[in-house]
Design a protein around this ligand. Structure first.
Ligand code: MHF
Ligand code: KIV
Ligand code: MG
Length: 269
């Protein structure tokens, strides 16, 4: 392919410049084939640590490892070509020190070829975000409901129901942006708080369960395709692939048992 026609990936800078513009379209993907489908329509693909719960059956994201993130990150980078790929830093891989975060983030970037990493946390993670961005690793922030701290936050609870907590959440986003994050996922916050955060920080906010006031939206792909079980209120099911798969598998089972499959078309003679 010539230099002129080669499609370049969306960059962190391009995402940062989308503040206040056409909403940024983001989805998760964990595998090459689904990354290819998302790549055709989205600006950003997140290899979320939600993969631990969604495809590995873990009870939370706490047990996800750097190795798991790298394997799925490699698959998603291979399957996509245009969208920016961001890989979640899993629990325990970045909280200890900026140095620990850099070591693991550099490994994730180097072994997957992704364009950025994401890590959870507000003001307390700002020094780490600065440490990474100053050393060439683009960072996406994640504030509000942070699933990796579910055990200290008392479950997956929507944040900002009490207006007294708003200044703390706004400060979290301000500090994350000030530390150099190119965008911030705002998860599970009431609409007026999402509005306040979005109008306060200069970088785009990408919401999940955080209203239409954000500069973009993200969902777990499997949730919006209808592949997961009970989904929270913030999810819209744009398809019902779980039910379609169930019917297809039932049809296959019946066809095998009744010797209708394999049929004439499926046999080598
Ligand atoms: N499949 C899947 N989708 C996700 O969006 C997702 C994951 N997994 N795993 C990691 C985190 C966990 N997430 C979650 C999970 C559950 C709720 C939930 O049940 N929320 C309550 C809020 C109740 C309240 O208002 O406090 C809800 O009923 O919507 C929220 C976020 C978002 N992330
Ligand atoms: C829900 C998104 C933002 C995420 O962090 C994940 O999928 O792990
Ligand atoms: Mg995550």
């Amino acid at each position: 392919m010539s230099v002129e026609t080669r499609v370049k990936r969306v960059t962190a800078l391009q995402i940062a410049e989308r503040k206040g513009g056409t909403p940024i379209v983001a989805l998760t993907a964990y595998t090459a084939p689904l990354a290819a489908l998302v790549d055709a329509h989205a600006d950003l693909i997140l290899v979320g640590d939600s993969l631990g719960m969604v495809i590995h059956g873990l009870p939370s994201t706490i047990g996800v490892t750097v190795e798991m993130m790298i394997l799925h990150g490699q698959a998603v980078v291979r399957g996509s070509g245009r969208a920016m790929v961001v890989v979640d830093m899993p629990f325990g891989s970045y909280e200890e020190s900026p140095e620990q975060a850099f070591r693991n983030a550099a490994r994730v970037m180097g072994e997957t070829g992704c364009g950025a990493v994401k890590l959870e946390g507000g003001s307390r993670m700002a020094p780490t975000i600065r440490f990474l961005t100053e050393r060439g690793i683009p960072v996406m922030g994640h504030v509000g409901l942070t699933p990796q701290t579910t055990h200290t936050m008392g479950g997956f609870k929507t944040q900002g129901r009490d207006a007294e907590s708003w200044p703390r959440h706004v400060q979290d986003a301000v500090d994350v942006a000030g530390a150099g994050a190119f965008a911030i996922v705002v998860e599970g916050v009431v609409e007026p708080l999402a509005d306040r955060i979005t109008e306060t920080v200069a970088v785009p906010t990408i919401g999940i369960g955080a209203s239409a006031r954000c500069d973009g939206q993200i969902l777990v792909l499997d949730d919006m395709l209808g592949l997961t079980g009970r989904v929270p209120r913030f999810v819209r099911r744009f398809a019902d692939l779980g039910a379609q798969a169930d019917r297809a598998i039932a049809d296959y089972a019946a066809a095998v048992r009744e010797r209708r499959f394999p049929g004439e078309d499926n046999v080598y003679r």
